[in-house]
Ligand binder design. Sequence first.
Ligand code: TRP
Length: 347
Amino acid sequence: MGNIILTGDRPTGPLHIGHYVGSLKNRVKLQNEGNYDEMYVFLADAQALTDNFDNPKKVKDNVLEVALDYLACGIDPNKVNIFIQSEVSELTELTFYYMNLVTISRLHRNPTVKEEIKLRGFEESIPAGFFTYPISQTADITAFKANIVPVGDDQLPMLEQAREIVRKFNSIYGDTLVEPNALLPENENARRLVGIDGNAKMSKSLGNCIYLKDSKEEVKKKVFSMYTDPNHIKVEDPGKVEGNVVFTYLDVFCKEDSFEKYLPEYKNLDELKDHYRRGGLGDMKIKRFLNDVIEDELAPIRKRREELSKEPEKVYEILKKGTLTARKKAQETLKEVKKAMMLNYFE
Ligand code: TRP
């Protein structure tokens, strides 16, 4: 059997360059390598509602924002089915049947859920919908018989739980579902891009993100406000490269031709780092260089995004087409699932 690739995002905010280097770029690469039979990328709006149920406008607006980010980054709707989770109601039905296969204590032990409950301060008043979202996530994956799920390492416990549900289902009702495998990003540095303030995580609430939709001026302002080495005060001072956000980003964004294009007096990043360590290289200069390197990558994305955002109806048309295809596949799987569970009375 061929590969079926599936992944998704909660639409709770526009995507930032951490998402870009950590996952979007990889998706485009997978899409273009073509080593699959079907590929799906979806907007997990129903999952986003599990902890944003009181703010439906936020979720709705961000469905479009994230779809724009996908398309601007090069996810190609001719190769990938981009769909909206809530529009495939078969997923909800599958979730209900899978609920029987998972215990409350097992859900409590899911490290990602545990962490998120702490983060949100839910404690004793956890919404049942939120608590059970790993089950709904299993439905998302298995409805399409996906065997490859590109995700960040924070999602590994979800995949583990999904595999358990699949095994249990298949052992009770007969071989029906496919066990999924996570596909982690290769580049260590890109896996979790630090924020512009040096915080370990780029996050909206910390206000330390560079967004794909940021203007050229906004990006520049953010790059020039980046955390560097607080002890590197005068240009002549020796500077530290480790933990210096400008260098962390250069590690991720520098390309073969970046130096030739923007900083020809250095051969490569090692030379630049050596100079910084020795002293005599100012922060302004490395920031200007980083800004050029990032702009190189973001300018075409921003341009495509701006064009697409003028025609939201075209974006919805793409989502509708992807959703119809997704629905067909989910319907087939649901039929098999119900048959396996002897819920096929009128056949
Ligand atoms: N939990 C994922 C996130 O927070 C989104 C998601 C929902 C997902 N269902 C999925 C990812 C299925 C991969 C597969 O971004």
